[in-house]
Design a protein around this ligand. Structure first.
Ligand code: SF4
Length: 440
């Protein structure tokens, strides 16, 4: 008599790094012969990968656990909120197990204890690129876990621990498997991408018979050899970024840097315990743009950090006007449970935070609009995301999926998601561009 195949329901919350954790757990489950169930009531148990970054994420995670308990009754909790086991158990005493972020083995042990693995794993069910939660043509590639900084508004080092870089040979193998499986864009993620390999003193590792350093420049150069776009996220303005710019100028990796800068005033940056001083950042930006004029910069900022004065906020606006970044996200400061910044004096009143957010966005929206407008008439290569009856939604090298804009190509075109197409930009809106394919 054949054994029924055990079925696991799965819910993944949180950031791209958590998504990568989910992909690894799903890959392991499938590798061991479990089936992934699309519904909770049809599953033998449910794994909830939670986020615990801000209060709203904690609430969303606790709600998701409650829903899974209601619909299924057997729930294993993992991810960032898992670090606060007491809080999870206080809200939901019936959960079977609670593990923290990137605790793949512990999650698997909890699954094995609650739902024994099939006696003959169907290892051939496991595709070499693993199980992916993103569309088939792009994939997040996580290169390290944790962070060695101590930014005062952040609890990620408490949640995820200190920097641990993955061996470069393993990262490159995963990238090759993804590209062989049809991935056309690799999104490099970590808490601090430029610090890759610092924890192992950039030691060498073997890949394809050659020795290669565990270093972001070597990794970017090797990834740049693959037939896929390579986009770097969460890069800090360390001097070594200078070595990445020539790879962008040579079109080996995308001329795109996602660099969270958070503020433009040195005192506020010191209070935030951020690395890098503002003048140096502006100088560096100018140097990078001189070497690679197509460079696109995305960043995030916090307004209303405790103690931020009107003059310091004005300095931030001045920084924005000078830096002329392409895409910017801005958040009013919100205290995160357990973050050292909560103890700082002079909290900025909520209405003032909102007023500063509005002023910040007025300045930046104008810059972003002007930068988009300047692309009208340019030719560029797009990567197709979706094909609809009367239009194609695609992205240029300047647009990361989920966070940046799109390029819309009106009309029915014989294209598929994952195709590259050359276009001329015909119009610009607030966030998106419009284009026509180049036919000559
Ligand atoms: S660099 Fe700062 S904000 Fe980013 S994860 Fe590390 S401590 Fe948090």
């Amino acid at each position: 008599m054949t054994q029924p195949i055990p079925r696991v329901g799965f819910i993944s919350l949180g950031c791209p790094k958590a998504l990568v954790d989910s992909e690894r757990i799903l890959t392991q489950l499938r590798g061991e012969g479990y089936t992934i169930s699309p519904t909770f009531d049809d599953a033998d148990l449910v794994v909830v990968n939670t986020c615990g970054f801000i209060d709203a994420a904690v609430e969303e995670s606790l709600d998701a656990i409650g829903e899974a308990l209601e619909e299924n009754g057997r729930v294993i909790v993992t991810g960032c909120l898992g670090v606060k086991e007491a809080q999870v158990r206080a809200a939901h005493p019936a959960v079977l197990a609670v593990t923290g972020p990137h605790a793949y083995e512990e999650v698997m042990s909890a699954v094995h204890a609650a739902l024994p693995r099939p006696s003959e794993p169907f290892t051939d069910l496991l595709p070499p690129q693993g199980i992916k939660l993103t569309p088939r043509h792009y994939a997040y590639l996580k290169i390290s876990e944790g962070c060695n900084h101590a930014c005062s508004f952040c609890i990620i080092p408490q949640l995820r621990g200190r920097l641990v870089s993955r061996p470069i040979g393993e990262v490159l193998q995963e990238a090759e498997n993804l590209v062989a499986a049809g991935v056309r864009e690799l999104l490099i993620v970590s808490q601090d991408t430029s610090a890759y390999g610092m924890d192992v003193k950039h030691r060498g590792d073997f890949h394809g018979g050659s020795l290669i350093r565990t270093h972001i420049t070597d990794l970017a150069a090797a990834l740049g050899e693959l037939p896929a776009w390579v986009r770097l996220h969460y890069v800090y303005p360390y001097p070594l970024v200078d070595q990445l710019i020539p790879l962008m100028a040579d079109e080996r990796i995308l001329p795109y840097l996602d660099m969270p800068l958070q503020h433009g005033n040195p005192r506020v940056l010191r209070a935030m315990k951020r690395p890098a001083a503002t003048e140096k950042v502006l100088e560096r930006l100018a140097g990078w743009r001189a070497q690679c004029p197509d460079l696109v910069l995305r960043s995030t900022f916090i307004v209303g950090f405790p103690g931020e004065t009107e003059a310091e906020f004005e300095e931030l606006l001045g920084f924005l006007r000078e830096a002329r970044l392409d895409r910017v996200g801005c958040f009013p400061y919100s205290p995160v449970d357990g973050a050292p910044a909560n103890a700082l004096e002079d909290p900025v009143p909520e209405p003032l935070k909102q007023e500063r957010l509005t002023r910040f966005m007025e300045v930046q929206s104008r810059i972003s609009r002007e930068k988009l407008q300047a692309r009208v008439g340019q030719r560029m290569i797009l990567l197709v995301d979706e094909v609809e009856a009367q239009r194609v939604v695609a992205r240029s090298p300047a647009d990361a999926p989920e966070i940046d804009g799109s390029v819309i190509v009106d009309g029915p075109w014989e294209l598929d998601p994952g195709d590259f197409v050359e276009v001329e930009i015909t119009a610009a809106g607030e966030h998106d561009l419009w284009a026509q394919p180049v036919t000559d």
